[in-house]
Design a protein around this ligand. Structure first.
Ligand SMILES: NC(=O)C1=CN([C@@H]2O[C@H](COP(=O)(O)OP(=O)(O)OC[C@H]3O[C@@H](n4cnc5c(N)ncnc54)[C@H](O)[C@@H]3O)[C@@H](O)[C@H]2O)C=CC1
Ligand SMILES: O=C([O-])CC(=O)C(=O)O
Length: 260
């Protein structure tokens, strides 16, 4: 599998080190990356020996089969349709962009017409298999997410005592915290939708981990999951699990027997 990555931040760096340096996906390689700044592109070429482009069309014509977006929700809005129109498969980690039902619908239709696919990794949460199973017959009644992050990484400032900084729907949550609550959107898309999934975000002065608690109730019974995620050292907003989930999504493409 020939992989192209959009972005040069924490998740992108984890992927290129895991795949090209540590060879954790035998038979696959990150062939090219798309970066905004020419000086960063030069540095990536020197460090990883991969081709780095600052031109999207050239990046998409570089012989890659699958594109991994590891950048921002804006990048998904700006480039996802172009990537799909070139018949590339696409892995999206900034899932928050898909809160927009029109974008979601257009991408879905384009994939159907061109016979390609978009993969949304589970990111920094778990339990999506349960939500999906419950939705097979639409028998899910309630889904909620409570996310607790270190105040400094969430708000860019410290707080004296813990503060509920948001309580509302997933739709509102991602518009207020586009870099912190993509998990709410993947949870919504798997289940009840972005307007029916409730989200609480807590800024915690003592926290050192990103904690996500998911509760779901349906005809299957009840699910209660609590994840205490270690953050990525270079970007405490992002959990290590989110980066691992992208690698695992890529790994699944190479497997003949898939789980979940
Ligand atoms: N679905 C999930 O569970 C999770 C999703 N995320 C999301 O994953 C994404 C990546 O996370 P990190 O690597 O930690 O972020 P990061 O901030 O370390 O890296 C993002 C990179 O994107 C680059 N970028 C921004 N605009 C760009 C453009 N127009 N073209 C090319 N590159 C551009 C930046 O220069 C930066 O290098 C973020 O959107 C983050 O919010 C993070 C954690 C969990
Ligand atoms: O990494 C996390 O814990 C969650 C996160 O940033 C997101 O969903 O955007």
């Amino acid at each position: 599998m020939k992989i192209g990555i959009i972005g040069g931040g924490t998740v992108a760096t984890f992927l290129i080190k895991s795949i090209n340096v540590d060879q954790k996906l035998p038979g696959s390689l990150v062939e090219s990356v798309y970066l905004r700044k020419p000086e960063v592109a030069d540095e990536w070429e020197r460090t990883y020996g991969t081709r780095a482009f600052t031109d999207m069309e050239a990046f998409l014509s570089s012989g890659i089969d699958i594109v991994v977006e590891a950048a921002t929700v804006e990048v998904v809005r700006d480039y996802a349709e172009l990537v799909i129109s070139k018949r590339k498969e696409l892995v999206v980690i900034s899932v928050g962009a898909l809160v927009d039902p029109e974008l979601y619908g257009r991408l879905n239709e384009l994939c159907r017409q061109l016979g390609t696919k978009i993969y949304l990794p589970s990111g920094a949460i778990g339990g999506l298999d349960v939500i999906h199973s419950a939705m097979a017959l639409g028998q899910l009644d309630e889904v909620s997410l409570t996310t607790r992050k270190p105040a400094a990484s969430l708000l860019g400032r410290q707080v004296e005592v813990e503060e509920v900084v948001f309580f509302g729907t997933a739709t509102e949550a991602i518009s207020k915290f586009p870099k912190n609550i993509n998990v709410a959107i993947v949870l919504s898309l798997a289940g009840l939708g972005c307007d029916q999934t409730s989200v609480k975000i807590v800024a915690d002065p003592e926290a050192t981990k990103n904690t996500h608690c998911i509760e779901a109730v349906g005809s299957f019974g009840k699910m209660n999951i609590r994840l205490e995620n270690d953050p990525m050292p270079d970007n405490p907003k992002t959990s290590y699990l989110a980066a691992l989930s992208v690698l695992s999504t890529l790994k699944k493409q190479t497997e003949r027997i898939t789980i979940g």
